[in-house]
Design a protein around this ligand. Structure first.
Ligand code: SF4
Length: 251
C-alpha cells in the first residue's frame, strides 16, 4: 500500500538524469563521452515526456527550460567526478531482493561495477546537494543495505559503496566490512520490531524534523493540522501479503 504522491520537479529531474546516465553506461566504454551523454539525456527526455511524473508537473515554459538546463548541468558535473570510460558496470538499475535478518528487503541499485581488483563497488547517483560532513554517514544507510543485499544474493560482498552527489559535485565513499553487514541486520531487525510494536498498539506518532519541509504527506499529518484518516481514501485495497514482511530500501 502506498499513498500516491504529487510529482515533484526535483524528483522528476533526478529520474531524467538517472535514465541518461544509465544509457551512457550501456554504451561501449570509448563511446561514453560528454557529447553522447547529452544525447542520452535527450533520448531519456523523449522517453519520459509522457510519464505521469513529467506530465503532472505544473511548470511554465520558462520553468521547463530551467528544468532541462539544470538536468544538462548535472550531466556536465558528473564528468567532473569520474571518467565513465574507466567504469566496468556489471549491473545497471539492478533489482535486488533478499532476506536480511527477519525481513525480506528489496531495492534498485543505480550501478554495480568491478574495480581494478575485480571487487564489487556500489554506486548511487544523487542529484541533490551533499549533506554536511556530520550527516554524511547517515546518508550511507541506503548503500549499506544494498551491500548486504548484494552479498546475500550473489555470495560476494562489495568492498566499497559511493554516493555521487552530482550538483556539488562530490563523491562520498565508504568501505564495506563485516561490521557494516552486521549493523544492517541489527538495525533492520530493530526497525521491524518497532513497526510490529506500533502495529500492535496502532500507535504511529509523527516525528517532526527538517525533513518535514520535503514531506508530501503534510496535508494528512496531525503535526500540520491534517487528518491521517483522510489518506485512507487514497489507498488501493490491500493485497493479501506473503508470510514474510518485505520493505523497500530508501532511494
Ligand atoms: S510532515 Fe508529518 S508525516 Fe511528514 S515527515 Fe513530518 S512528521 Fe512525518
Amino acid at each position: 500500500m502506498k499513498i500516491p504522491q504529487e510529482p515533484s520537479a526535483a524528483a522528476s529531474k533526478g529520474t531524467l538524469v538517472h535514465a541518461a546516465l544509465e544509457l551512457l553506461m550501456q554504451r561501449e566504454p570509448d563511446h561514453r563521452t560528454l557529447q553522447n551523454a547529452l544525447s542520452d539525456l535527450d533520448t531519456a527526455r523523449k522517453k519520459l515526456e509522457s510519464d505521469p511524473d513529467f506530465t503532472g508537473l505544473d511548470l511554465t515554459a520558462t520553468e521547463w527550460d530551467k528544468f532541462h538546463a539544470d538536468a544538462a548541468a548535472l550531466v556536465h558535473k558528473y564528468f567532473e567526478l569520474e571518467d565513465p570510460k574507466t567504469i566496468r558496470p556489471v549491473g545497471l538499475e539492478m533489482r535486488v531482493n533478499a532476506q536480511i535478518g527477519k525481513v525480506r528487503l528489496r531495492g534498485i541499485i543505480d550501478r554495480l561495477e568491478l574495480d581494478d581488483n575485480d571487487d564489487l563497488v556500489i554506486t548511487d547517483y544523487k542529484t541533490g546537494r551533499a549533506p554536511p560532513a556530520r550527516f554524511a554517514e547517515k546518508r550511507m544507510d541506503g548503500v549499506h543495505i544494498y551491500a548486504a543485499l548484494v552479498e546475500a544474493e550473489q555470495g560476494k560482498r562489495p568492498v566499497r559503496a559511493q554516493l555521487l552527489f552530482l550538483a556539488d559535485p562530490v563523491a562520498v565513499v565508504t568501505n564495506i566490512s563485516q561490521q557494516t553487514i552486521t549493523r544492517v541486520e541489527r538495525s533492520t531487525n530493530a526497525v521491524w520490531s518497532a513497526i510490529q510494536t506500533a502495529t500492535e498498539r496502532d500507535d504511529f506518532r509523527p516525528s517532526t524534523s527538517k525533513l518535514c519541509d520535503y514531506c508530501s504527506y503534510q496535508a494528512y499529518c496531525p503535526e500540520f493540522g491534517g487528518n491521517p484518516e483522510a489518506a485512507l481514501a487514497l489507498l488501493n485495497p490491500p493485497v493479501a501479503g506473503a508470510a514474510t514482511p518485505t520493505l523497500a530500501t530508501p532511494s
